[in-house]
Structure formats: structure tokens, C-alpha cells
Design a binder for this molecule. Structure first.
Ligand code: NAP
Length: 278
């Protein structure tokens, strides 16, 4: 008899709404509304869109949202502003929306955030804690992905996990978290020549690159869990958002797959606010 595999398309919006409702209740029980300060240091429309999404969610759940937007800032004045936010007791969390304008010292700016308020887990100190298996926070996207795996009861321990893309905010910390949870992890960078050979080994395949159709059905093991973080926007009039995975074809092989949009994205936004009220 042919093997019948049960495939599930994960609904990120539904789970995010559930978490949002829980967050709202928790915030109502706090003595003071927490404040999140977001630094937007460019005028890139995509970054503005992400910041806007955070602002809308903050307002819905009762978080004070403070946006500091500087289009032509230099590193030192930004460091000074971050210091001021670090020292304000009313500020519970601080994040810097990436990417930064060219010329700004990204590492210096991120490391200026007080690690206790670093709710996007971008400081070297907090990333070090993730590597050591003692996280204070997880980067929002990584937390969102781990929430999906937990919600869907995906066993991580003893499985082959392949993470494609090695950024400091997604791929690298995700690989560390999966490894700390007992998976055998391969972290793939752009220099890899045999991507398909590696992805075919994955029980859990997570891709965070930003290249449409990078992962084709022939590159995926039957029954794999496929998490697509990538986002590519097309520029033509019928603008649409794509992930890294050839969703239509890969979903016939995967046991669980996240769509783009509507998969990891909504979980990333709520995860930031989960960190804020930790
Ligand atoms: P990033 O800084 O854009 O870097 C991309 C990474 O992909 C790099 O590590 C690069 O490796 C790697 N890469 C490029 N081509 C590759 C290939 N052919 N094979 C293997 N690796 C390759 O990364 P990011 O900030 O993590 O973003 C990745 C994608 O996820 C983007 O599309 C972004 O928009 C999206 N994203 C989505 C969410 C969400 O909530 N859904 C959150 C964050 C990011 P090298 O460094 O070796 O060149």
C-alpha cells in the first residue's frame, strides 16, 4: 500500500492572535503599561512597514510605543540616544530596526542597548547567552520558529535539522538553539556548493535567505517539517510576497509547512512583545 503522508499548512495568524490575546491580559494585570522604544535609522519603506506592524500590535495590547526615527544619523549621537533610553525606568525594551544605513557602526549601536532591555536579542552579550544555552531572550524570529515547533509538537532532539542562511538575527542563533535542544544541526551559508544534498537530509528544514524558489521539491525529504522564513517582494504592480520555498510543490512532500505570508511573520511580531513582558 502506498504511504499516506498527512501534510499540514501552518496558520501563523491564528496562533499569533491567540498569543496576542494572552499578552493583552498579562499587560492589563501589570501596574504600569510597559514601553517599547524602537529606533528606525533609515527611510527604507520595508523597515517602515515592519515598524508600523509593531506599532499597531503595541497599541492593540496596551504597550506604549516610542518611535525614534533618524534618517541621517551618525553613530555617536545614536549611541547617546540609546544610553538615554537605557537610563529611563519607564522603558522596558529597546530595539533597533535593521538594516542600518551604510556608514553606521551596527555592532557598536546594537551593543549599546542595555542587555536587560534588549528584547530583540541583538547584543553580543545576549547572543552569547543563547550560544551558552542560557538565553535571557531569543531573537524574535527564532522565538517565533521555536513556538511553531512546540505548538506543532515537532520533536527536535535526535533529528537532523538544516538551517539555510546564517545571519546573526535568524540563522546563527536558531542553529544554536536547535543544537542546544539536541538536534544535529547543519548551518548552510551562501558558499555551499551542494545545498540540495544537505537539505535532503533534513527532518527539519528551516530557510532564512530571501531568495524566491531556492528550495525546490527535489531538495526536500519526504515527510520533512519545512519552515520558511525568507521574504522576497516583487516590484511589479501585482506585488506579492514570496518565501524561499517553492510552496506549491514542496507542500506535497512536507509533513508540516509554513506559508509566506502568514507563517513565521506573525509569530515574529508577537514574540518581540513576549520578550518585552518577560
Ligand atoms: P540576511 O542578513 O539577509 O542574510 C541572508 C543569509 O542567507 C546570509 O547568511 C547568506 O549567507 C545566506 N545565503 C544567501 N544565499 C544563500 C544560498 N544560496 N545558500 C545558503 N545560504 C545563503 O538574513 P536575515 O536577516 O536572516 O534574513 C533572511 C530572510 O528572512 C530575508 O528574506 C528576510 O526578509 C527574512 N526575514 C523574515 C522574518 C520573518 O519574520 N518572517 C524575520 C527576519 C528575516 P552568507 O552570509 O554566507 O552570504
Amino acid at each position: 500500500m502506498p504511504k499516506v503522508s498527512v501534510m499540514k499548512v501552518f496558520d501563523g495568524h491564528q496562533l499569533a492572535l491567540q498569543i496576542e490575546a494572552e499578552l493583552k491580559q498579562k499587560i492589563q494585570r501589570l501596574k504600569r503599561r510597559p514601553q517599547l522604544t524602537v529606533f528606525l535609522l533609515n527611510n527604507n519603506p520595508e523597515s517602515q512597514l515592519y515598524v508600523q506592524k509593531k506599532k499597531v500590535l503595541a497599541e492593540r495590547i496596551g504597550v506604549n510605543f516610542n518611535l525614534i526615527q533618524l534618517i541621517k544619523a551618525e553613530t555617536n549621537p545614536v549611541l547617546q540616544l540609546i544610553k538615554e533610553q537605557n537610563n529611563q525606568r519607564s522603558v522596558a525594551g529597546i530595539m533597533v530596526q535593521l538594516p542600518l544605513n551604510r556608514g553606521l557602526n551596527e555592532r557598536k549601536i546594537l551593543d549599546a542597548i542595555d542587555p536587560q532591555k534588549d528584547v530583540d536579542c541583538l547584543t553580543s552579550k545576549n547572543l552569547g547567552l543563547v550560544a551558552a544555552g542560557q538565553p535571557r531572550f531569543l531573537p524574535a524570529t527564532v522565538k517565533g520558529i521555536m513556538t511553531i515547533l512546540t505548538q506543532e509538537k515537532v520533536v527536535v532532539r535526535g533529528r537532523q535539522a538544516v538551517v539555510v542562511g546564517g545571519s546573526n538575527i535568524v540563522g546563527k542563533p536558531l542553529a544554536m538553539v536547535l543544537s542546544n535542544q539536541g538536534a544535529t544541526v547543519t548551518l548552510v551559508r551562501s558558499s555551499e556548493k551542494n545545498l540540495a544534498q544537505i537539505t535532503r537530509q533534513a527532518d527539519i528544514l528551516i530557510t532564512a535567505v530571501g531568495r524566491q524558489n531556492l528550495i525546490k521539491a527535489s531538495m526536500v525529504k519526504e515527510g520533512a517539517v519545512v519552515i520558511d522564513v525568507g521574504i522576497t517582494r516583487c516590484d511589479n504592480q501585482e506585488c506579492h510576497v514570496y518565501g524561499d520555498v517553492d510552496f506549491k510543490r514542496v507542500k506535497t512532500k512536507a509533513s508540516l509547512i509554513t506559508p509566506v505570508p502568514g507563517g513565521v511573520g506573525p509569530l515574529t511580531v508577537v514574540s518581540l512583545f513576549e520578550n518585552l513582558i518577560l
